[in-house]
Every structure is written in structure tokens, then in C-alpha cells.
Write a protein that binds this ligand. Structure first.
Ligand code: HEC
Ligand code: HEC
Length: 304
């Protein structure tokens, strides 16, 4: 028991009066550990010299290699641009129709257009173009078009924007018609999708629609709407974008209360213009981006 082993201690010891001094040994560290430790120090010093490392008061040490994350990103972007250039050049010079006939270019335009749509259009039209009735933002995935569903027409709409002018009709909102007349018009509009509740009201509403109220001037004699730059086969100077009232696809809503609201107060949906040369809400896209997003919207399934 009393045999003392000769060991190197730090001189620190606990429990002195117990007879078994509890001592702190001073064993050497294992070699492998020590060398790894030195290696990390060398590594750190080499790293400080080569790479950005230490913050200074207004700057930081840049390192001898001149590397930076930002620089690497720039390089990768430049690389991507070089790869995209031939595609972009073709997109720029080819017509929209030709682009849709070139599968590779079409795919490229659609994927670029999709990203642009997500950034700029989805807040109103919903991601994927599913629209929003609350805001009167049209669905872009069906084949019901307010303004135009051809690829050229879609391109025009995006470039120049469109402001819908559906006037208010109820006297209280500045229109020219009394409450009962608006009710008759509501019944007539309901009848276009076979949901009328009062035949006499429908007859009176039809008279107003094609007569005094002149709804047909925008929505067409049969409520067919004024898309495709024609009204009843007649070319129009400027697209009104009045919705088709017969197809059970609604911009704001097809229930009686919403139809009444549309007719009484009017509606003024605003599609901003995106072309850099246009006035208005400050939303601008390059010509190339507009082309890509037009191809994308046309591809959503409802393109004509
Ligand atoms: C501020 C909301 C808003 C934004 C952002 C917006 N739109 Fe629109 N867009 C509208 C409204 C409202 C209409 C309907 C205009 C009308 O009734 O005249 C519309 C109409 C359209 C139409 C015509 C649909 C048809 O049926 O003829 C297309 C195509 C379209 N938008 C594409 C786009 C694209 C592409 C973008 C993004 C670059 C975009 N929109 C961004 C609100 C918006
Ligand atoms: C000057 C052209 C014009 C006239 C006149 C007009 N409308 Fe409209 N109407 C529009 C436009 C454009 C829209 C789309 C509004 C929007 O996008 O914000 C619209 C929208 C509507 C809607 C909403 C449709 C939906 O899908 O939610 C109804 C209902 C409607 N009109 C009925 C009528 C009736 C009934 C009359 C006559 C009393 C009439 N409109 C007169 C242009 C017109």
C-alpha cells in the first residue's frame, strides 16, 4: 500500500489528510494527438495568408489568392451567361410562332418565363396562373380569354397592359339605372347560364342589355364577350376585354350577389404594362423577359 510510484505530477494534490493523496499526473499527450494539433495551427496560419480571414476596422484581410464568395458567384453567373447567350440571341430574333416550333428553345423560354412569372405575376395571378376572384385577377390556365389567347395577343397584353372599363350602372354609384332595373339586368345575366328566377325580369333585362344600357356594345349581343379583337365578327380598334357572360367561367364571380355588385358598381381591373417604354405603374421587364413570360403563359394550357 505504501509503495509510491515514481510519476511526473503537476504538484497539485487533493485529499491530503486521507493518506492516499489524489494527485494530478502530468502524462505526455499522445503523439498522434499532438501532431494533429500542430497541423491545425499550421493549417490556420496558411489559411490566413491565402483566404479572407481577419476583420479589420473598415475592411478585412483579403488573402493572397484573392478568392471571395462574391467573386465565385460572379464567375458562375458569367459562366451561365455564356451558356445562355446563344439561346437568348435566338429568342430575341425569332418570332413567337417560330419559338413555339423549336422544342429546345421553347423549353428554355418556358423555364425562364416560369421564374419571371413567379417573381412578377404570381402576386396577382397566383402561382401557376390560377387567378384570384377576390381581386378580379384572371385565371391564365384555362382557354377563356378576356383580351386574347393567341401568343401574339398575350405578348401584347403583357407589354402594354390593359385597363378594364366596366361602368357603374346603379344611380347611387354614379350610374343611370334604378335598383329594379339593375335587378332585371342581374336576372338577364343569370339567364345566360340558365339560372334565372323570373322570366319577366329576364325579358325586361334583355331589353335594357341591348337597348338603353348598351351592355352589348362591350359584352356582345349574346353575352359572348369581346376577346380576340372582334365583337360579333367585327374587328375592334382597342380590345375592351369584356368577359364572356355565357360560359360559367367568372372573373369576379357568377353568384347573384357578385353579379349584382359587378353591374351596380362597375369594375376596373388593371393589368400593369411591363414594357420598359410604357408609362404607368413602375413595373418593367426587358423585351426578352416579356417574350419568355408570354411563351410561358401561352404554354399554361389555355393558349390558342
Ligand atoms: C397588379 C396585378 C397584376 C400583375 C402584377 C399582373 N397582372 Fe396580368 N392581369 C391583371 C388583371 C387585373 C388583368 C385583367 C385586366 C382586364 O380585365 O382588363 C390581367 C390580365 C392579364 C392577361 C390577359 C388575360 C386574358 O384573359 O386575356 C395576361 C395574359 C396577363 N395578365 C399576364 C400577366 C403576366 C405575364 C404578368 C407578369 C409579368 C402579369 N399579368 C402581372 C393583373 C395583374
Ligand atoms: C364599356 C364596356 C362595358 C359595358 C358597357 C359593360 N361592361 Fe360589363 N364588363 C366590361 C369589362 C371590361 C369587364 C371586366 C372588368 C374587369 O376586368 O375588371 C366587365 C365585367 C362584367 C361582369 C363581371 C363578369 C365576371 O366574370 O365576373 C358582369 C357581370 C358584367 N360586366 C355585366 C355587364 C352588364 C349587365 C352590362 C350592362 C348593364 C355591362 N356589363 C356593361 C365591360 C363593359
Amino acid at each position: 500500500m505504501s509503495e509510491e510510484r515514481k510519476v511526473d505530477t503537476t504538484g497539485h494534490q487533493w485529499d491530503e489528510d486521507e493518506g492516499y493523496p489524489l494527485q494530478e499526473y502530468n502524462n505526455p499527450l499522445p503523439r498522434w494527438w499532438l501532431y494533429s494539433f500542430y497541423a491545425t495551427i499550421v493549417w490556420a496560419v496558411v489559411y490566413w495568408f491565402l483566404y479572407p480571414a481577419w476583420p479589420l476596422v473598415t475592411d478585412f484581410t483579403h488573402g493572397m489568392l484573392g478568392w471571395s464568395m462574391h467573386g465565385q458567384l460572379q464567375e458562375e453567373l458569367a459562366q451561365a451567361q455564356i451558356q445562355q447567350k446563344p439561346f437568348n440571341d435566338n429568342l430575341e430574333k425569332m418570332s413567337l410562332a417560330d419559338i413555339t416550333h423549336d422544342p429546345q428553345l421553347l423549353q428554355y423560354a418556358i423555364s425562364g418565363g416560369k421564374a419571371i412569372f413567379g417573381d412578377h405575376c404570381a402576386p396577382c395571378h397566383g402561382s401557376g396562373g390560377t387567378g384570384s376572384r377576390a381581386g378580379g385577377f384572371p385565371v391564365l390556365v384555362d382557354d377563356d380569354w378576356l383580351i386574347s389567347g393567341t401568343i401574339e395577343g398575350i405578348h401584347e397584353t403583357i407589354k402594354g397592359g390593359h385597363t378594364a372599363m366596366m361602368p357603374a350602372h346603379l344611380v347611387e354609384f354614379g350610374g343611370a339605372f334604378k335598383g329594379e332595373q339593375v335587378e332585371d339586368l342581374v336576372q338577364f345575366v343569370l339567364s345566360l347560364t340558365n339560372r334565372e328566377t323570373n322570366k319577366d325580369a329576364v325579358a325586361r333585362g334583355a331589353q335594357l342589355y341591348r337597348g338603353e344600357a348598351g351592355c352589348n356594345g362591350c359584352h356582345g349581343d349574346h353575352g359572348q364577350g369581346s376577346a380576340r379583337d372582334t365583337l360579333a365578327g367585327q374587328p375592334m380598334e382597342k380590345t375592351i376585354g369584356a368577359p364572356n357572360l355565357t360560359d360559367a367561367i367568372w372573373l369576379y364571380g357568377g353568384d347573384e350577389a357578385t353579379i349584382r355588385r359587378s353591374i351596380a358598381k362597375g369594375r376596373n381591373g388593371q393589368m400593369p404594362a411591363w414594357s420598359a417604354g410604357t408609362e404607368g405603374m413602375n413595373r418593367k421587364l426587358e423585351a426578352l423577359a416579356i417574350k419568355q413570360v408570354a411563351v410561358y403563359v401561352h404554354s399554361l394550357g389555355g393558349g390558342q
